[in-house]
Design a protein around this ligand. Sequence first.
Ligand code: PEP
Ligand code: MG
Length: 886
Amino acid sequence: MVGNDPGKGTVTGGVTRLSLLAPLDGWAAPLEEVPDPVFAQRMMGDGLAIDPTGGTLRAPCDGVVIAIHRARHAVTLRAECGVEILMHIGLETVALGGRGFTIHTTEGAAVRAGDALIEFDMDLLAREAKSLLTPLVIAGGPSATVVEAKTGVAVRAGAVLLTLLVQGNGSAPAEGAGVAGGTAASGSAAGAERSLVLPLVHGLHARPAAMLATAAKPFAATVHLVAQGRRANAKSAVAAMSMGLRHGDALTVVGEGADAAAAVAAVADAIAAGLGETPVPPPAALPVPSLPTAAVPPPDEPPALEVQPPFAPGETAVIRAVTAAPGLALGRAFRLEDEEVEVPASGRGAEAERTLLAAALKRVRARLGAAVAQAETAGQAQRRDIFRAHLAILDDPELLDEALAAISGGEAAGVAWRAATDRRATALRALGNPRMAERAADLIDLRRQVMLALAGREPQPVILPQGAILVAEELMPSQLSNLDAGRLAGFCTARGGPTSHVAILAASMGVPALVAGGAAVLRIPDDAPLILDADRGLLHVQPPAEDLARLERETGQRQARMEANLRAATADCVMADGTRIEVYANVGKVADAVKGVAKGAEGCGLLRTEFLFLDRQTAPDEDEQAAQYQAVATALAGRPLIIRTLDVGGDKPLPYLPLPREENPILGLRGVRIGLRRPEILRTQLRAILRVRPVGQCRIMVPMVATLDEVRAVRDMLDQEREALGHAPPVQLGVMVETPAAAVTADQLATEADFLSIGTNDLTQYVLAMDRGNPDLAARLDALHPAVLRLIRQTAEGAARHGRWVGVCGALASDPAAAPLLVGLGVTELSATPPAIPDIKAALRPLDKAACAALAREALAQESAAAVRSLLARAGMAASVMEGAA
Ligand code: PEP
Ligand code: MG
């Protein structure tokens, strides 16, 4: 037994006696009872298992965390005497992909016996995992014998569970056992080697790693796995699983010694055969989303913007950019240059640099924490969530590990942090996914903040002149939130995207903003007069005096009209001939619903449910979803709420729902296709929606439908879930028309669907075959293209045949100028961003349906989107808002 300090070893005669404490409350069972041969047959090592009654896994002794599995379900600790203890929460829990697990430590962290390591959701595991039994095994390190094990009894976390005698008291880690011990691959060996690709869907996790070690151990030769610049002893299951290899990763099996050829052949064959799982060849030639390690050359930087001479004084120009937040602003340019933060290039020793980095991270964390609290108090939910997301990035264990590894290799803290954040930002940009690229700006922001903290500096607020229009290559969320919003008239960036955090912040601050304006933005001299027309995606540089004067007048008039429209916004939208058009709000958060109601929304026409849980690492369960949907329903105070089922895939990845890599994700597993392939996700969501009260307030809408079968399958699921809930009353089920197929077959879809709502964002991208996230195509991706308009008409006609209503919830519905045209095409519901609602209602009220239909007929005959735009401007039907449209 141990002395007074449980969790530490006591040494006698070169043998350490180590007591391990129970890491969980529960029932201790012998390994033989674990229904998995890898553990039951002790392939991973000796130990026992606990059937948990509590959901917090704690350290069984003092030590260092040497590996946390990517899927968060397993952790390995190295005790001071060198013994490596693997704890694997539940069985087959790798398949949860991290869902249900919250990590409370990081790789490389020193922990004390009893410290919380991982929290897990017992209910979720009970529902979805094969078993909750949690093996604790001695998986590596010096030779150790279990001399006492408490099994067949209930244990409390912290009670002595297992006593080991460990040979020697050396703390040197076993070779290759753990991430920190990895060394760069030499690339060749005297013996033998074979390269292959990992065919395991869940990567090299505990069970296959144990099989691998079993395959390697009979040979005298040393056998290593080499991948991504790391090298691990194949005879150590912990070392192998610590490499974190994923499905499709390339690896080489390298052997040295007399029987190396046989050893390499046996190990490589075992891997190719799936190590006890069914091998699945990875899809070929797809981009690798995992971030590159040090030995892999970093992906290409995004091309630098071409440096061109500044505009000459008086030189006029119009820059076309992408709207991030609507509005019109007149002002003078204020150039914001991104200042490089100087930090020492050489380190003062790993220990000192680690301490410096930890202190800098702590300062930034504290600042972000204060920003979260401030936003919370001010009721600014979006702002709060952005800072929360930054806190989560700052705590990312992989990012930290990468920086710490560089510090251990002799780098200074600043150099290590800059390299780690840059590599990830570059990798995110190189994925070719615009949303991921936008997240890169968040990383760069955190790079700068931590570097400033390392340099002992505080971020200085920029002193803006009154009415400044900021121009910059890229703007970061922290920079924007440090600016005095009262002085900022608007901004335009050369890079960035409309869904970036900075764009969301701008919209919530009510600041008109343009992004992705390209290199021309960098040509704008300081103090140049500008007109930022974010409604039309245009930045006028040094406009002629008469334009400035006209636009100044127009701004004033527009402001007055908008105020009048807002005063009338809560009244229903009834046109001059009595035609009733419903104007709803698009909602991504509870706060949008509140804002929508204030702006006159008659309901919510699109709740983007994926936005409610965007920055989560784990999937929301039924209760959490029901609570969020209920909160939106309550905010709408009885008005109809159309909830769109989860629309992930394509340009909308979710961290908690990793999807297979695809060559062309926009045409791949998206929207309802995922719901039907992973029915448990869709069913959970349907059940959560059915729980919202009052009954009847919610309708359900299905995204990315291409065939009638999909609608029928969802309807069947919905009926089954209603039945299971005790005959819940019927709920209207609608279909989003986002694919050309859905538009063309609207008459068939309308036999199954209660309503159709056109997603013009996706419909336009698919009709024009232009990626909606590609900034180079942004200016041509116009939903007013006659081809899109013809499909809208076809949808309305198809639906009318079965008496179904048709709405539009894509961005076109938020353009007041387009509202008469959409009504003329047969649309009776528009779901828009909240700020646009008063203007849309005002644009429609004075019109009658026959005039709108005549306008639509003319628009359908136009040859281009530009021609349709000028037709709308000539018709001047939306003059109540858009006077002076280009
Ligand atoms: C659309 O495609 O128009 C739509 C409303 O859906 P999302 O923009 O969320 O893809
Ligand atoms: Mg869509």
